[in-house]
Write a protein that binds this ligand. Structure first.
Ligand code: XMP
Length: 512
């Protein structure tokens, strides 16, 4: 275990991910955690993250010098580096030489962290203050024009630090530097692998669940699929999955769950075909928020009914599987606490009179780890690499009332866009590409010999890291052309294809 102490940087999660990419398990803890508590976790090493503060600001988080006396290796990054310097008696100053972005690093030699790496290399900087004197006993191993001490180490004590951000990809050799610290300074071993994650989770699920029955709602998305597959691996037929087909999925997706997922995992699946029920509830409604509420409400009701059937059909159900991921855990207060608000929220509300314990086998994992675990469990690539898709599905991609006919049009247009984007090899570059049917808008066209009066569809390809912000993806013109030609030729009701070139903000990714 490596602990990443979060000094309030957006980089702490990234650091934790990079440590895990080096196959070492890591967790994020708040900087307010006392040293005794940190040490009680028995970490192999501790990494101090960057942060927005200056060590000179009143109330800036400090690092307790006791941390460096415990014999546990510590690596300071950016603010963590400065705060470490201060705690160990070195000097940090407002030099006026602030550096932001790509910066040339000059390696002056000696030490372990930068061993074997180029003398001149690019690193990513973001700092105002700079370390002007390393603590006694430390070797300075690199500098930049704005940071005379850009890296130092005292490997006898297992201590090291860098002013730059090794965790960002713009630092060319960042991962190598981090790895040197983990393996060569801290003596960590590369034991965090997919196979080990699966073994550990299988054991944990078995001990949590015992002989009890477990229920899981499958959405067709990667998280619930991997969570279910892990639980299935652990307890087999004690798990029942429920898949509510609300009729708002894209072409082929219900089959992916009903056929491919079951074939890959052998899971016991109860499918509820509730298309008619959802359509009836949505009839006459065009307001986006109202549509969302209706879909959410109906989903809970249908799931609840199915859960009751499973319950009455056999033993009582004691546990519910949740696909909660590590970023959710960190963002909702973090730690290893009990069920948090957000994870309940993910289910969309649990039936009040059914009491479930939560099984959350992905609680410790980042999205990319979830995907690798899914691959290792043998899940189909279509499920593992599926783009994010909103719970209310196509219901919020039809601007206007949702009807069976409109869903059919949108499904056909969406399938073409997806197929062409995949064929062009753009799947990993594009975060997601909603296709939106402007069902209440009509425009005049000419197709074949005659005038048409059809609907436009909007292509909304976006690039994003986390869906909080996004930019529109510059899809090559020839790909756009193929999509446009095929949709207008093959989907008779659509006579116009338009491209959304709005970033988020101001536009959200979905139209509703
Ligand atoms: P917006 O439109 O808010 O979307 O920019 C951000 C991301 O969230 C997805 N999204 C949802 N996911 N339930 C979900 O599970 C929802 O109700 C929902 N609404 C939006 C959207 O696809 C994008 O990835």
């Amino acid at each position: 275990l490596v602990l990443v102490v979060d000094y309030g940087a957006q980089y702490a999660q990234l650091i934790a991910r990079r440590v895990r990419e080096a196959h070492v398990y890591s967790e994020i803890v708040p900087h307010t955690m006392p040293v005794a508590e940190l040490l009680a976790r028995e970490p192999k090493a501790i990494i101090l993250s960057g942060g927005p503060a200056s060590v000179y600001t009143d109330g800036a988080p400090r690092t307790d010098p006791a941390l460096f006396e415990a014999g546990v290796p510590v690596f300071g990054i950016c603010y963590g580096f400065q705060s470490m310097t201060q705690a160990l008696g070195g000097e940090v100053a407002h030099t006026g030489g602030s550096e932001f972005g790509r910066t040339a690093l000059h390696v002056t030699g000696g030490g372990v962290l930068l061993r074997g790496l180029p003398v001149e290399q690019q690193v990513w900087m973001s700092h105002g203050d700079a370390v002007t004197a390393a603590p006694a006993g430390f070797t300075v191993t690199a500098s930049t024009s704005g940071a005379p001490v850009a890296a130092f180490e005292c490997t006898e004590r297992g201590l090291a630090g860098v002013q730059f951000h090794p965790e960002v990809l713009h630092s060319e050799h960042g991962q190598a530097i981090l790895t040197h610290f983990l393996y060569d300074v801290a003596g960590a071993r590369p034991s965090w692998t997919e196979a080990n994650i699966i073994d550990e989770q299988v054991a944990a699920i078995r001990s949590q669940v015992g002989g009890k029955q477990v229920l899981c709602a499958l959405s067709g998305g990667v998280d619930s699929a991997v969570a279910a597959a892990l639980v299935q691996r652990a307890i087999g037929d004690q798990l029942t999955c429920v898949f509510v087909d609300h009729g708002l999925l894209r072409a082929g997706e219900p089959e992916q769950v009903e056929r491919d997922f079951v074939a890959a995992t052998g899971v016991r699946l109860k499918v509820v075909h509730a298309q008619d029920r959802f359509l009836a509830a949505l009839a006459g409604v065009s307001d986006p928020e109202e549509k969302r509420k209706i879909i959410g409400r109906e989903f809970i009701r249908v799931f609840e009914l199915a859960a009751r059937e499973v319950v009455s059909g056999g033993d009582s159900v004691d546990f519910l599987v949740q696909g909660t991921l590590y970023p959710d855990v960190v963002e909702s207060g973090g730690g290893t606490g009990t069920a948090n608000i957000k994870s309940h929220h993910n289910v969309g509300g649990l039936p009040d009179d059914l009491q479930f314990g939560l099984v959350e086998p992905l609680r410790a994992l980042f999205k990319d780890e979830v995907r690798r675990v899914g691959e290792q469990l043998g899940l189909p690539a279509e499920i593992i690499w599926r783009q994010p898709f909103p719970g209310p599905g196509l219901g919020i991609r039809i601007v206007g009332e949702v009807t069976a006919a409109r869903l059919d049009i949108l499904r056909r247009a969406d399938a073409i866009a997806r197929a062409e984007l995949s064929a062009a090899g753009l799947d990993r570059e594009i975060w997601q590409c909603p296709v939106v049917l402007l069902a209440d808008v009509r425009s005049v066209g000419v197709q074949g010999d005659g005038r048409t009066y059809g609907h436009p569809v909007v292509l909304r390809p976006v690039s994003s890291e986390d869906a909080m912000t996004a930019d529109w993806t510059r899809v090559p013109y020839d790909v756009l052309e193929r999509i446009s030609t095929r949709i207008t030729n093959e989907v008779r009701e659509v006579n116009r294809v338009v491209l959304d070139v709005t970033s988020k903000p101001p536009g959200t990714i979905e139209w509703e």
